[in-house]
Design a binder for this molecule. Structure first.
Ligand SMILES: NC(=O)c1ccc[n+]([C@@H]2O[C@H](COP(=O)([O-])OP(=O)(O)OC[C@H]3O[C@@H](n4cnc5c(N)ncnc54)[C@H](O)[C@@H]3O)[C@@H](O)[C@H]2O)c1
Length: 253
């Protein structure tokens, strides 16, 4: 298994994509610390994974909680080799409804949380002789497909990823971002996903397990020469932009 002997921390893993990532890392042989603010759900997911998994409450916006979580993972597993910054808040409201308060809340979890995670694990990864950090962004971090604060925070993750990858590369700490399109998770409960699927080039909504496999690859030594890269996985969603205009143009000619 490609992650035998590795230890990982996954944020926002009490449900949705984070839970799938934790499962896949464990399936590939890693020991995993699941972290979230949803304690009961997080404990349940960890229990369902089995002995390879433990749960710890972590609010990613709190640097003190990050320090304690990394210390606990290092003492439980012996090292921290992988971090997946997955926790996020979403917002999709019109421009005039994006208040300063909402903007700060979204950036605190999505961007500050990612920064604090990288800062917290870097010393442990140095002690382990290197590591892999995977930051979960979105198609909204490549293209203007999300809310203002959400999209801005997901673009920020791309910048944090590339800049930190440059800085930590000499210490064998690799950092990449993953940009999923629509998946069926609690975050997309209000989205008409069947209709979205009918428009996508691959005519399907991705399962979170598909994205998790990409994350496990980036976490593993199979991707040892990859750092500072953006991985788009979206069933072809971003192919739609100009194509959609061309397809509709016929009606106006
Ligand atoms: N669902 C999609 O279609 C989609 C598309 C593109 C990108 N994404 C990204 O995938 C990731 C996972 O999203 P999801 O759809 O599984 O969403 P989700 O809402 O189901 O899961 C997010 C998790 O983050 C946790 N979280 C929120 N604030 C936190 C905090 N302060 N500290 C710790 N944990 C916190 C939540 O409790 C939740 O368990 C996110 O980064 C999201 O932006 C999702």
């Amino acid at each position: 298994m490609r992650l035998d002997g590795k230890s990982a921390i996954v944020t926002g893993s009490a449900r949705g994509l984070g839970a799938s990532i934790a499962r896949d890392l464990a399936r590939e042989g890693a020991r995993v610390m699941l972290c979230d603010i949803l304690e009961e759900q997080g404990q349940d997911v960890a229990r369902s994974i089995g002995d390879a998994a433990i749960f710890r409450r972590l609010d990613v916006t709190k640097s003190g909680e990050w320090a304690d979580s990394v210390a606990e993972a290092e003492s439980a597993f012996g090292s921290v080799d992988v971090l997946v910054n997955n926790a996020a808040l979403i917002e999709q409201v019109p421009f005039d409804e994006v208040t300063e308060e909402l903007f700060r809340a979204i950036f605190e979890v999505n961007a500050l949380g990612t920064f604090l995670g990288m800062k917290a694990v870097a010393p442990a990864m140095r002690r382990a002789g290197g590591g892999s950090i995977v930051n979960i962004s979105s198609t909204a971090g490549i293209h203007s497909s999300g809310g203002l604060a959400y999209g801005g925070s997901k673009f920020a993750i791309t910048g944090l990823t590339k800049t930190a990858a440059h800085m930590l590369g000499p210490e064998k700490i690799r950092i990449n971002s993953v940009h999923p399109g629509w998946m069926r998770t609690p975050q997309t409960e209000v989205v008409p996903l069947d209709w979205v699927a009918s428009l996508l080039p691959l005519r399907t909504i991705m399962d979170t397990a598909e994205v998790a496999k990409l994350v496990s690859f980036l976490a593993s030594d199979d991707s040892s020469m990859i750092t500072g890269s953006e991985y788009l996985i979206d069933a072809g969603a971003l192919l739609m932009g100009a194509r959609d205009i061309v397809d509709r143009m016929a009606d106006h000619m």
